[in-house]
Write a protein that binds this ligand. Structure first.
Ligand code: DHK
Length: 148
């Protein structure tokens, strides 16, 4: 079944703690704040949003497959630390035809060297990073360009 202009917004480990987690790096917006702002922005484009978070790598893999199965327009993926470790996520992105936009609140490339490699980014169609919670909104705008 093809879903009408649906965007999956998938969030990985520790992002459930946004708001109190290292606010000097990630800001003070909670994940619920980000979800609310994404839904408001999505209304502008007539997108339905599926917004999820998990601390478990396999959930993110399953949800990428689901986005593909359901004919989603795009996926916004902040895989958290799995960004830098997960060949499974890399392979999942390459296995599906839905464009995946990598999203980060911070700019990992300006942080510790172990954050400089992104297995997600190697496979993703695009990336928005370093804008805090606004990274999600800019990524949604890019998804709208893809969908146009
Ligand atoms: C979020 C995380 O949890 C980190 O592991 C990444 C990313 C950066 C972010 O900035 O949104 O390195």
């Amino acid at each position: 079944m093809r879903m009408p202009r649906t965007i999956f917004i998938l969030n990985g480990p520790n992002l459930n703690l946004l708001g109190t987690r290292e606010p000097e790096i990630y800001g003070t917006a909670t994940l619920a704040d980000i979800e609310r702002d994404c839904r408001t922005e999505a209304d502008v484009y007539g997108f339905d949003i599926v917004f999820r978070q998990s601390n478990h790598e396999g959930d993110l893999v399953d949800w990428l497959h689901e986005a593909h199965r359901e004919g989603a327009t795009a996926v916004l993926l902040n895989a958290g630390a799995y960004t830098h470790t997960s060949i499974a996520l890399h392979d999942a992105i390459k296995s599906i035809s839905v464009p995946v936009i990598e999203v980060h609140l911070s700019d990992p490339e300006t942080r510790e060297p172990f954050r400089h490699l992104s297995y997600v980014g190697i496979a993703a169609a695009d990336c928005v990073k370093g804008l805090g919670a606004r990274s999600y909104i800019v990524a949604l705008q890019k998804a709208a360009e893809i969908a146009a």
